[in-house]
Design a binder for this molecule. Structure first.
Ligand code: NAD
Length: 249
């Protein structure tokens, strides 16, 4: 069997929950080795038991801290070699409106979702270049294409992630580094369940979705594998929208 990701060494943020877990499993199943980190331990240690220390290195770390990115990259290089894939996946999506969100809470979302993505790209570029090229995958959202009420800082941060993706793609093209975004629609993870469980009306009922259901995390992981692989060799500065036709309406 040929592995689509043989020789790939991927750094993944937010790997202890939700889509980070399914991305890790799929990447490793396709032949990659993964350096994953998260603010929380979550599913991280169990995943190492399941997938093996020779395939997965899990660490604790905060995407908001440049020194954590440096530590993760150094540990990953020592264990597996020079990373050639980065997946900026960590994020938070608190229900907060323009009028009610405090400045502190607004900045927290921007710090994690937007500044964290910037710090991740900045920390990995030297490795991606040294590896002779690579792929950066920024997890944005349909909230980077349209807006949702009562997710004000989240929408702001995800539109920024989409813009940063395009700007980085132009800057890094000459180094053979591709940069793309994935825009998932509602996907069945703890994040969306927390919003769905709040009687805010921020989420459309699943019956109003064209597919009448949320995405499963594995349906997003399939796009991560494609963008991490050489199959997407001419794709850069773009986004894969995986939303069951939600933004086609
Ligand atoms: N679930 C959805 O419907 C949906 C839709 C579109 C986009 N997304 C995006 O997908 C990504 C993954 O979300 P998910 O649904 O799997 O959510 P999740 O809450 O299950 O997982 C997010 C992970 O990020 C980690 N994290 C949060 N802050 C961090 C920090 N400062 N440093 C390191 N790790 C941190 C959390 O601990 C958690 O493990 C996010 O960027 C999210 O915005 C999710």
């Amino acid at each position: 069997m040929t592995h689509r990701l043989a020789g790939k060494i991927a750094v993944l943020s937010g790997g202890a929950s939700g889509m980070g877990v399914t991305h890790t499993r799929r990447l490793i199943r396709e032949g990659a080795r993964v350096i994953s980190f998260d603010l929380n331990e979550g599913a991280g240690p169990d995943l190492v038991d399941e997938l093996g220390e020779d395939k997965l290195l899990f660490l604790r770390g905060d995407v908001r801290k440049a020194e954590d990115w440096e530590r993760v990259v150094a540990a990953g290089r020592q264990r597996f070699g020079i990373p050639n894939v980065l997946i900026n996946n960590a994020g938070i999506s608190p229900l907060q409106s323009l009028e009610k969100v405090s400045e502190e809470d607004y900045r927290r979302v921007i710090d994690i979702n937007q500044v964290g993505t910037f710090l991740g790209m900045r920390a990995l570029v030297p490795s991606l270049r040294e590896a002779g090229g690579g792929s950066v995958i920024n997890i944005a959202s349909t909230a980077a294409l349209v807006a949702f009420a009562d997710l004000f800082p989240y929408v702001a941060s995800k539109w920024a992630v989409r813009g940063m993706t395009k700007a980085a793609a132009l800057e890094l093209a000459r180094d053979g580094v591709r940069v793309n975004a994935i825009c998932p629609g509602d996907t069945d993870t703890p994040m969306i369940r927390a919003i769905a469980d709040t009687p805010s009306g921020a989420l459309p009922p699943t019956d109003d979705l064209p597919f009448k259901r949320w995405a499963q995390p594995e349906e997003i992981s399939a796009a991560v594998v494609f963008l991490a692989s050489d199959e997407s060799s001419y794709m850069s500065g773009g986004e894969l929208v995986i939303d069951g036709a939600y933004t086609a309406q």
